[in-house]
Design a protein around this ligand. Sequence first.
Ligand SMILES: C[S@@+](CC[C@H](N)C(=O)[O-])C[C@H]1O[C@@H](n2cnc3c(N)ncnc32)[C@H](O)[C@@H]1O
Length: 237
Amino acid sequence: MPKSQKPYERYFNGWAKLYDRDLEKYEYCVPHKIFEITPSFLKEQSSLTLLDIGIGTGLTSAPFKQHNQSILVTGVDVSQKMLTLCYHQKRADNLCRTDVANTALPFISNHFDLIILGGVLEYIADPAVLFSEIKRVLKPNGYAVITYEALKKNHFYKSGILTGALEETPEKLTLRRGVRNGFLYHFYKKYLHATNHIRIVCDKNNMRLEKEENFNAYKWSDNKVISYDLLLLQKQA
Ligand SMILES: C[S@@+](CC[C@H](N)C(=O)[O-])C[C@H]1O[C@@H](n2cnc3c(N)ncnc32)[C@H](O)[C@@H]1O
């Protein structure tokens, strides 16, 4: 792996091999929730074009492919190792290594019927560019389903010298996390966005909020339950 990897890229490359096994252990239910909230007529549509942003190993796209083989799944991710595993498990039709943090998505405008984003916003400091890109590549009246770790009101995350809460604004809480690799620690940041802020960003991009939910997404290793917000959005024509 090149040394120039971004911290979140290194983190996911390092996790890729054990990712599916760990998420099974954590009882990760994001794939099920995203599939469930997607309107039925879309899931039945032949040749539906689905874009999975931050596809990882393809866990969240898998139920769509299992349900309807003719759905065309395109996935983007910053982690080459995640993409390689996704490719070998045949969970997508097209895969592309892309960092979506601040760059345009490598697709033409008005192309996708459905865009899904499971557990990715937490690694994006400022979601404004990403949401304007989602809007651009979605077809008019197309849908997006987005889930992300909800910002909790209580102090679920303590501040600390090496890891923990770094900064809190009305828009987001920034956390620093560390992972050990042999003797070395690698640090990366996570951003817990306030749902109010995400609603405003969606509104600015002409994405109408159709449904909203909060659910228990997984159990962290010490049995802390992590809850996610789930938004179903429709691009206004
Ligand atoms: C928690 S995993 C979720 C994977 C998958 N969506 C799922 O539900 O299992 C987050 C994924 O987002 C990807 N990711 C994080 N930051 C990214 C960025 N800036 N650009 C593209 N992908 C990113 C990671 O590589 C990782 O595969």
